[in-house]
Every structure is written in C-alpha cells, then in structure tokens.
Design a protein around this ligand. Sequence first.
Ligand code: NAD
Length: 483
Amino acid sequence: MRAQPRASHFIGGEWIEDTDGAVIESVYPATGEVIARLHAATPAVIDRALAAASAAQKDWAARPPVERGRILRRAAELIRARNRALSVLETLDTGKPLQETLVADAASGANALEYFAGFAPTVTGQTIPLGRDMAYTLRESLGVCVGIGAWNYPIQIACWKAAPALAFGNAMVFKPSEVTPLSALALAEIFAEAGLPSGLFNVVQGDGACGAALIRDPRVAKVSLTGSVPTGRKVYAMAGEGIKAVTMELGGKSPLIVFEDADLDNAVGAAMLGNFYSSGQICSNGTRVFVHRDVREAFLERLAVRTARIVLGDPLDEATQMGPLVSEAQMARVLGYVAQGQAEGARLVCGGTRRGETGCFVTPTVFADVRDDMVIAREEIFGPVMAVLDFGTEDEVIARANATEYGLAAGVFTGDLARAHRVVAALEAGTCWINAYNLTPVEMPFGGVKASGVGRENGHAALEHYTRVKSVYLGLGDVDAPF
Ligand code: NAD
C-alpha cells in the first residue's frame, strides 16, 4: 500500500523537497506498513513558506470577499468530488474506518469551506454616532496565520483552520501532525486547482520543533493549535512572547450525564458514539459517563450487549465500525490506562485487550464502578475506554462533573428539559449537548474553557479569531485644542 505524495511540502503553489530534513514515516496502523516517507522542514523550508505567505497575503485581503468565497466554494466542490479518494487516504494515514472517513472527515472540511465562503461577504464594520463627529470600524485580516494540527482529524482540522483564515483575507502556513502528514498536502493541491493564489495555503511537515519555529517567527500574527493540553501550554507561552493571537483547541475529560428519566437506548448510543467513534480518539468524547444509580444496571446491560456487536477490523472494509488506534505508541498508552484502571479496582465490563498481533487494534472497553479519584477518570486516555460512574443527585453530579481542569464538552440525557437547561447552565464546558452527543456542525461554535482551550472554531464566533477591529474616528468640525 503506497500513498507517497509528490513531495513533503507544498509552498507558494509548488511541491518542495529538502532531503536534509529528518525522515517522517506515515504508517498504516492496521498493518504497520510504511505508506509514505517524507522529510521534516529544514529552516530554509520554513522560511520559504513564511515568505510565500507574507508575499501573497495583502493582495488576497484586498480582493472583494465574494471573490475569495467563490474560490473556497470551488475547493469544497473538488473535495466532495474526490471524497472517496480523500477518505481512503485519511483511512490509510489514521487507521479510522472508511465507514467514518467517507462521511465525517473531508466532508466536514468541505462544509467549513462552504460556510465561510458564504460568511465572508457578509462581514461589515459599525458606524458609531458621536454627536458632531462619528467613528466607524473596519474588520481587517490578521496577516499570516499558522495552523498546527493533531492526528485524529487531519483534513477536518486543516479545513477548520484554513477556511475562516482564508475567507477573511489571511494566509496560512499549516503544519499537520507528524503522525498524519498526508491529507493536508492533498488539500493544498485542491486549493491550487480551485484557483487559490500561490502562497496563501502552504503545508510544511515536521514535529514540535517545526511548529515552534513557525510560532516564533515575527512574520506570524496568529497561531491556531489543535492538540493536547501540555502542547497547548507551550504553544500559548511562545505565542504570548510575541503577543500573538491564539486559538487553542485542546484535550478534555468530558462528562456525559444520564439521569434516571433519560431515554436509555439513546443514552447508550450516545455514550458509545462519544467513546468508540474514531476508536475513542476524539477530543470532546464523553469519557466520564455519570449514570443515575436507579438506571445504572439497565444502562450497563444494554451497553455491554451493543458493545459486543461492534465490528472491529479492516478499516478499508466499509462494514467495519472500528479500526485500530493511530500508532503503536498510542496503543501502548491506552493499554497502560486499562491496566491502571484494573489495578485501581474499577470493574472491567468488557474489552480492554489488544486484538491480534498485527496492527494497533484495541477492543472497545467499558469500566464500571469508577471513582472520581481514579486515574482513568481524571486523565485523557484518547482511546476506546469508557468510564461509567454512578451518582444520586443533580447537585452532586454537577459538582463532580466540574471537578476537573478540563472544560471542553459535556452532555446531558434527561426527559426533563427544564432540568437539562439548568444542568447545562451549571456545567463548565465550552460545548454542551442535550439528548445528543459529539455533533459538531460548522454552524455551531466549538471550543473549550479552562485548560481545554481558548477561542472558538466554526460559527460566527470564528470571525473574532481571524480578524481584528480597526477604529476610525472622523472629525467633522474644528479641532477644539486648549492651546
Ligand atoms: P499533540 O499535542 O502531541 O500534537 C499536536 C500538534 O502540536 C502536532 O502537530 C505536534 O507536532 C505539535 N507540537 C507538539 N509540540 C509542539 C511545540 N512545542 N510547539 C509547536 N507545536 C508542537 O497532540 P496529538 O497527540 O497530535 O493529538 C491529540 C490531542 O489533541 C488530544 O489531547 C486531543 O484532545 C487534542 N485534540 C483537541 C481537539 C479540539 O478541537 N479541542 C481536536 C482534536 C484533538
């Protein structure tokens, strides 16, 4: 299986290679095969990308927004036309089943491009009456934005950052995760074909050192990271040194609360979606499932039956519902957490093992009788491991749900909508679902509070994070100077 791109980087409309850079291998985690070999960006490559972005940005910002939108819409159409090829590429790079990548990855990237293509021409400033004088505001682009991606949703992350950045007149240098370097390059090629001028979307490969070099460069106005909290702390600090704008989409340990009056089948389905989709490698997963004591046994019974039916296996078979984890390292990490859960006395209801000797497959895992102080209830595992905890009262579960440094997402299942709104209002989370879980349409702002992040992606909220406001005071009379 080969998925070798034409070169490692895409800069200024051209494929660029510099074999002096360290080798990066993309591995298909279902088999361990190396599917592509690339090179990390050298300082010369990084400089070239930032120079190309800087050179292209001002002309782009000066174009009518409707023209910028037209190009993004064309890119969305090309993505949709090539959805299957892009999905296979994403499956090979991440191991996620084709059943998922066909509907959730490139397609959601196309949605973002369409949304921001339509949004850009609607952006206006304000006029501010001041008696004799007046003021007005201009919405300006920021300049060169750096996007840094995680490995769980590579093309979606690239689009969620590139779409608002480009729509509002910025240029982007995007660095995908070194674990999943491929689909961002395919996206760059699509942008070029859609007519995006050279230099506006550049892709450079590399690990954290490459990311850090990009963030520190004075040509960069803004950094948008999707990654873990420890990386977020470093990136935020580096951006802070340069007083640069940031968007931080970081990790979580989100609560999903199931009250005694919930529709139990829906709650079980949501808990499975929020723990097993993408083999559990989703930042907003509801990995602490709080179930009311009265329905706990019924919940666990139905959960065990449905979990046993999950089809785990070859990600390229469209009947497969769960693939491997992204890498050997991630598999080892997840199995380590399973062992820790057992050692701490949590009850293993199902799963918790590696499947087969080839590939990074871990069976869907459910722990019951989990206590708040256990490591599996506190740390982000990023694998198919659900922790079920029980609770008695609304006040108790709110306090326990909030007792974490994270605040990315939360879910509530109940038949009592007054209670649902009351609980959601009390939860410390950036994104909440009532009787649903993990749906992230581009129309809805997405992001975290507390250690889970700063800023929002998607929705109208993204405008704040890819533009700045210039105030213009207009004097319409004589200057009243006391001198
Ligand atoms: P990671 O933090 O290891 O890496 C993320 C990216 O940051 C990679 O591209 C990496 O090369 C880069 N990086 C690492 N160190 C850096 C440094 N010092 N300077 C600049 N860049 C650096 O995360 P990961 O393992 O790729 O992804 C999993 C994490 O991402 C999880 O914690 C998950 O919750 C989070 N995530 C969050 C969201 C969200 O929207 N909130 C979405 C997806 C994933």
